[in-house]
Design a protein around this ligand. Structure first.
Ligand code: NAD
Length: 485
């Protein structure tokens, strides 16, 4: 059976079995580049979550006892397995999410390296001894897994997030129920075929369906004590609210409206390259939480910067995601496209100056998909909706500044605080600004992330940190033991 045919009859993976939903319902998954149906997957319901919980809870009893090194070995094997199937994964992912295929190969590599990174961290699952009255007591702590962990992920990096979501909880000895985004569940289901060959039954379970049904059922289930959500602020609040009933440990990786701050000593060409890279046009059509969508340019550089930025944005090749030479793909759904169009309308109505883009590409080949041209607004007011709200699409807002105190005030005026990119030749100034900006991850002079550095948000951008030892430990609970001698 071809991969395409397989995906038309895809099933969920629960307790080591391929199952339909107990609802007996299915829904169509769309290729956003063509608007055609790409697959059909089960529309899971609360009963499916209960069934996944039972399987995961059963599996946990043995999995928690497995030596951590063995668990780490299996996690490493998963990394090797996905790398071996890079071609199939990248093609499926690109068709489902609409990002360029070369970017999806890179997502796969990042996810595989994260699995390997967390596998290597298993010796960190250690406790400590605490001195007490000499010769009378021995105090020590151990780190134990929670049990069944629920991981709810968004649509924009389906495979990368699926792999990242498994790494830390599994190494720490938990079993997992993974809920992919309803728009982009295909790579996670394909991943289950590799999981099936590697992990004991029930250690990983993948349930497909809507957030309101499956996501909420995971959030509410009293047995799932630990949940992590990557998604919008609204979803984060809802999961935290639902989880509060059972006092769950919930971590949240949420949205951003991130600034790029350009000081007057910066080379304009360097600033333009950083603004393009920071916006992730060519990775995800800017559908990335870390995209730097508010561009604070010093007024001394403004005119030259905007002119060169427009040239650079107009030269990005928007095309069919699965073509190797495509630089920017499409938005991942019709609703994402509508959201972008809505915000372009809002920007115009608010009096911001539309400098380039603001429309769908005229290329006939792209007319059936959810494509949108890279779009630049200038003269954006920081306190406008365009300047405050997350668009999650290829719309960049330029705000010029000349007063440093006012700059910091405006940068921090949003409800979010995920990332910030500061450009300056004056390193001391860069550090001073980094101290003043309210964000969980700050780049000075270049938006690349390093594995092992904690990632997470300030303010409404989230609670908790991922991608580091702190994440691994957050999937354990500390038990203190006192032995009276
Ligand atoms: P979303 O919040 O709509 O959905 C995220 C996940 O939550 C999906 O699996 C969805 O089905 C589920 N969900 C939706 N409603 C739910 C509910 N009521 N209860 C439980 N689960 C529910 O987000 P999205 O549109 O898929 O992704 C875009 C958002 O994610 C943006 O805001 C973006 O900034 C954010 N994001 C954050 C990070 C980060 O690391 N901080 C990374 C990627 C994306």
């Amino acid at each position: 059976m071809s991969l395409h045919d397989e995906m038309m009859t895809a099933k969920m993976y629960i307790g080591g079995e391929w199952v339909d939903s107990l609802s007996a319902k299915r829904y169509g998954v769309i290729n956003p580049a063509t608007s055609e149906e790409l697959a059909s997957v089960p529309a899971g319901n609360e009963e499916d979550v209960k069934s996944a919980y039972r399987a995961a809870e059963q599996a946990f009893r043995q999995w928690k006892k497995a030596p951590p090194e063995e668990r780490a070995d299996l996690v490493r094997r998963l990394a090797i397995a996905v790398l071996r199937k890079e071609g199939e994964f990248a093609m499926l992912e690109s068709q489902n999410v609409g990002h360029p295929i070369r970017a999806m190969r890179s997502d796969l590599t990042i996810g595989a390296k994260d699995l390997t990174y967390f596998a290597g961290l298993y010796p960190e699952l250690r406790g400590e001894t605490i001195p007490g009255p000499f010769g009378e007591v021995l105090n020590y702590t151990v780190r134990e897994p929670f049990g069944v962990v629920g991981r709810i992920v968004p649509f924009n990096h389906p495979l990368m997030f699926a792999l990242q979501s498994l790494a830390a909880p599994l190494v720490a000895g938990n079993t997992v129920i993974l809920k992919p985004a309803s728009l982009t569940p295909l790579s996670a289901l394909y991943l289950a075929k590799e999981i099936e060959k590697i992990f004991p039954l029930g250690v990983v379970n993948i349930v497909t369906g809507s957030g309101h049904e499956i996501g909420a059922a995971i959030a509410k289930h009293p047995g799932i004590r630990r949940i992590a959500v990557t998604g919008s602020v609204e979803t984060g609040k809802e999961v935290a609210r639902l989880g509060a009933e059972a006092l769950k440990y919930v971590t949240l990786e949420l949205g951003g409206k991130n600034p790029i701050i350009i000081l007057p000593d910066v080379d304009v060409d360097v600033a333009v390259r950083a603004a393009i890279k920071g916006m992730n046009f060519t990775w995800t059509a800017s559908q990335s939480c870390q995209s730097t969508s508010r561009c604070f340019i010093h007024e001394a550089l403004h005119d030259e910067f905007v002119e060169k930025l427009v040239t650079a944005m107009n030269s990005i090749k928007v095309g069919i995601p699965t073509n190797e030479d495509t630089e920017m793909g499409c938005l991942s759904s019709k609703s994402q496209l509508s959201k972008v169009e809505k915000y372009v309308g809002i920007g115009i109505a608010e009096g911001a100056k539309l400098v380039t883009g603001g429309h769908r590409p005229s290329n006939h080949e792209l007319s059936r998909g959810f494509f949108y041209s890279p779009t630049l607004f200038d003269e954006v007011r920081s306190d406008s909706r365009l300047g405050q709200e997350e668009i999650f699409g290829p719309v960049l807002s330029v705000i010029s500044w000349n007063d440093r105190n006012e700059l910091v005030k405006q940068v921090n005026s949003v409800q979010y605080g995920l990332t910030a990119l500061i450009l300056t030749k004056n390193i001391s100034d860069g550090h001073k600004l980094a101290a003043e900006v309210e964000a969980g991850y700050i780049w000075i002079n270049g938006p690349t992330t390093t594995r092992g550095v904690p990632f997470g948000g300030y303010k409404m951008s989230g609670i908790g940190r991922q991608g580091s030892v702190a994440e691994l430990l957050s999937y354990t609970q500390e038990k203190s033991v006192q032995l009276t001698l």
